[in-house]
Design a protein around this ligand. Structure first.
Ligand SMILES: *Cc1c(COP(=O)(O)O)cnc(C)c1O
Length: 380
């Protein structure tokens, strides 16, 4: 089976995990600090702006806590979205307000966001669909003008930028994921970035039981006090990464540039090969100055054949999917929004396999099988 997403883990990661085992310390320690440092350097920001978590979802929940949203507040987010984003808003008693997206890009435009702003809007929780920066520059400007916060869920965008500025550093808070399905993985884990280092520090405290100071070995060396005593500044959960995860994450981060390079080649191959296939539309070209992480590659076709094409590909050993199910259609969020562009996109889009382990013959097979599946249904 050719997978749609797949991590590239091997001897390097096993060796990194082995090193951690030898230290007999697998909890949060020096490896986590190294990973945070490496991620900050990757973003081109100071170390004090980032802290790690056990997942991107948890970082998003923490962010909503830090923004202080509650009942009566609204947060605008695209309906083509990961379920955890809307859960983080709703769990704090605020209302997720789902906005439409550009039907070809699956990212919201400034107008899509603007149309949803009301006096109750506290912030915007943006996703960079497929790893493309989208309209981040304009949306950040809009949020600033309106005096509302911007959070970037940059899980799709580990290595994306606009004119050299890393995606995830445009908003007030951002989060990345390193779960099994992302480009660089840490088995599980997340990074939270905040523009204000004081917010990062507060997030770090809340990610570890709301403890007002560090504890353990390092603190024992530093202080003459009883290091097992602590103060609590918030009633928080335990949402931290450990050294095993971080060692894998740092090893993967060193390969991220190569992973993305391979994914770009695959996307370019798909772009040119699929352009020849009648009935299929490839994603619009990237604007000048934009770098994508190529996390998702998608094609669009007649909605009447999309599901049957996906089924045929599956039967022939090629796994495709659609990301992400429209959240305004999920009953639990109680939305009555009508979002025609997103609905059109959700009916016509199919996400193809894209990951760095795909061989040239794999991607050739994807295109040939896809072309045949579409041709069979277009010409009877
Ligand atoms: C994977 C993903 C997440 C969730 O990340 P976890 O680390 O698994 O919590 C959130 N948002 C988007 C857009 C994702 O792709």
């Amino acid at each position: 089976m050719i997978n749609v997403f797949q991590p590239s883990l091997g001897d390097d990661e096993l060796a990194a995990v082995g090193e951690v085992f030898k230290t007999s310390w697998i909890g949060r320690g020096t490896k986590v600090a190294e990973f945070e440092e490496a991620w900050a350097a990757h973003l081109g920001v100071g170390r004090s702006h980032v802290t790690s978590t056990n997942s991107c979802t948890e970082a998003t929940f923490l962010a909503m806590e830090l923004f202080g949203i509650g009942p009566g507040d609204e947060v605008v987010l695209p309906t083509v979205n990961f379920v955890g984003a809307a859960n983080a808003v709703a769990a704090h008693g605020a209302r997720p307000v789902f906005c439409d997206v550009d039907p070809e890009l699956l990212n919201p435009t400034v107008e899509d966001i603007e149309r949803c702003l009301t006096p109750k809007t506290r912030g915007v929780l943006l996703l960079h669909y497929g790893g493309r920066p989208g309209h981040i520059v304009e949306i950040a400007k809009l949020c600033q003008e309106r005096g509302i916060w911007l959070m970037e869920d940059a899980a799709n965008a580990q290595s994306s930028s606009v004119d050299g500025k890393a995606v995830g550093t445009f908003g007030d808070i951002s989060a990345w994921s390193f779960d099994w399905g992302k480009i660089a993985v840490a088995l599980d884990g997340g990074i939270l970035y905040a523009k204000d280092p004081a917010v990062t520090a507060e997030a770090a405290k809340r990610a570890y039981l709301g403890m007002a100071q560090s504890s353990g070995f390092s603190e024992a060396h530093r202080t003459q006090t009883r290091w097992w005593e602590f103060e609590v500044s918030s009633f928080s959960r335990r949402s931290i990464m450990n050294d095993v995860q971080a060692a894998v994450g740092t090893t993967q981060l060193a390969k991220l540039r190569d992973f993305v390079k391979r994914r770009r080649l695959i996307a370019e191959f798909y772009d040119s090969a699929i352009a020849e296939v009648p009935g299929l539309r490839t994603p619009p070209p990237l604007p000048d100055g934009h770098e994508s992480s190529y996390y998702i590659y998608w094609v669009q076709m007649d909605p009447a054949i999309r599901d049957a094409v996906a089924r045929q590909l599956f039967d022939e050993g090629i796994y495709t999917t659609f990301r992400y199910q429209l959240l305004h259609k999920v009953d639990a969020y109680g939305s009555d929004a009508v979002l025609p562009s997103a609905e059109k996109a959700a009916a016509s889009t199919l996400c193809l396999p894209i990951h760095q382990a795909l061989s040239d013959s794999d991607i050739g097979r994807v295109v040939d099988t896809l072309a045949r599946a579409v041709r069979d249904r277009t010409h009877g």
